[in-house]
Design a protein around this ligand. Structure first.
Ligand SMILES: Nc1ncnc2c1ncn2[C@@H]1O[C@H](COP(=O)(O)OP(=O)(O)O)[C@@H](O)[C@H]1O
Ligand SMILES: Nc1ccn([C@H]2C[C@H](O)[C@@H](COP(=O)(O)OP(=O)(O)O)O2)c(=O)n1
Length: 302
């Protein structure tokens, strides 16, 4: 009797143990399968986040390298190879732009130094076309946000959002975007005299513009203004700009010091900088600006 009981107990324990082992193995398998599937989902989500949506043109800087290495700035990682930079049409754009031998004046200075204000006066007196890189980028964000896509620049909503975020952060947008906008505006203007305001803002902007357009600026108008004065002006500019808040203003000042001043130094070494004291009242600043442009015209006619 007792022996029978022990045999039964042994079989019972054996089955329970086997069941437990099988169950455990099953659990482990299912869990790893689930984890695998979950990782797969995460992986495909990550790929989807990295992949650009299908776009009209797919170029690759690696395949078409018309730019110096400096063009491959860390800033441009997101757009590198996605929207590309050069195609047959773009080459035509560059050839026809360079053929026109346009007069280009770069207008530089810290945020709020009065570049836009003085450019409006120069346009009125000297018949230049004013192209503000910041205005072009803001217009692109606006039209891209409304239409979701811009056929001229091949920028899609994802890129537009990225540009918007960069501006909100006070960062400099990759040159390939800004240069495309400038080229398009230059061609559409029908003029051959341009004030390019707020560009080049860093070494990458400068080198890429020269490499792509083959245009050298006539001179660089540099509005020099103390930071406290620029800050005061920006805080009362009142144009509803997302980047005119104290936090972003400070970041823009930092970017100006670190990235834009070296560009001014570069042109200074070439004797191309015309420096203006921009802390004075608007009319006085313009008197100084006029002298620069009148001298330039006199040099041309002499
Ligand atoms: N010389 C000046 N004195 C006082 N305020 C100025 C002067 N120049 C421009 N402003 C004002 O400062 C703000 C910034 O000028 P803006 O031309 O937009 O600068 P930037 O284009 O360099 O950012 C504007 O509100 C403008 O009216
Ligand atoms: N060459 C340029 C010019 C402007 N931007 C972006 C980054 C700048 O902080 C904003 C605003 O530039 P904008 O010249 O309009 O204004 P401020 O001179 O900063 O007052 O645009 C750019 O990314 N690249």
């Amino acid at each position: 009797m007792k022996f029978n009981y022990l045999i039964k107990k042994f079989f019972y324990l054996n089955i329970t143990l086997k069941n437990a082992i099988v169950q455990r193995a099953f659990n482990v398998l299912s869990l790893s399968k689930f984890r695998g599937r979950r990782q797969q989902v995460f992986k495909s989500q990550a790929i989807a986040r990295q992949s650009p949506p299908t776009r009209v043109h797919h170029f690759s800087l690696e395949r078409d390298p018309p730019f110096p290495p400096s063009f491959l700035h860390p800033n441009s990682f997101r757009l590198k190879g996605l929207m590309g930079t050069v195609d047959a049409a773009n080459k035509d754009v560059n050839v026809s732009l360079a053929d026109k031998k346009p007069t280009v004046v770069f207008v530089l200075g810290g945020p709020g130094s009065g570049k836009g204000t003085q450019c409006a006066n120069i346009v009125e007196h000297f018949h230049y076309t004013h192209l503000s890189a910041g205005d072009l980028l803001r217009a692109e964000i606006k039209s891209g946000s409304e239409n979701g896509y811009d056929i001229h620049t091949c920028l899609q909503k994802l890129d537009i959002t990225m540009i918007q975020n960069m501006i909100k952060e006070g960062k400099i947008v990759p040159s390939e975007v800004t240069i495309r906008l400038l080229q398009k505006a230059m061609l559409e203007s029908g003029n051959d005299k341009f004030l390019i305001d707020g560009f080049p803002r860093n070494e990458e902007n400068r080198a890429a513009f020269e490499a792509v357009t083959k245009i050298e600026p006539e001179f660089v108008l540099f509005f020099n203004c103390p930071e406290e004065e620029m800050e005061r002006r920006l805080l009362s500019r009142n144009q509803g700009r997302e980047d005119d808040n104290i936090e972003t203003i400070r970041k823009r000042f930092m970017v100006f010091l670190q990235s834009s001043l070296p560009v001014i130094e570069y042109y200074k070494a070439k004797g191309k900088v015309r420096e203006i004291d921009a802390a004075k009242p608007i009319e006085e600043v313009f008197e100084a600006v006029k002298v620069v442009f009148i001298r330039k015209d006199e040099q041309v006619t002499a």
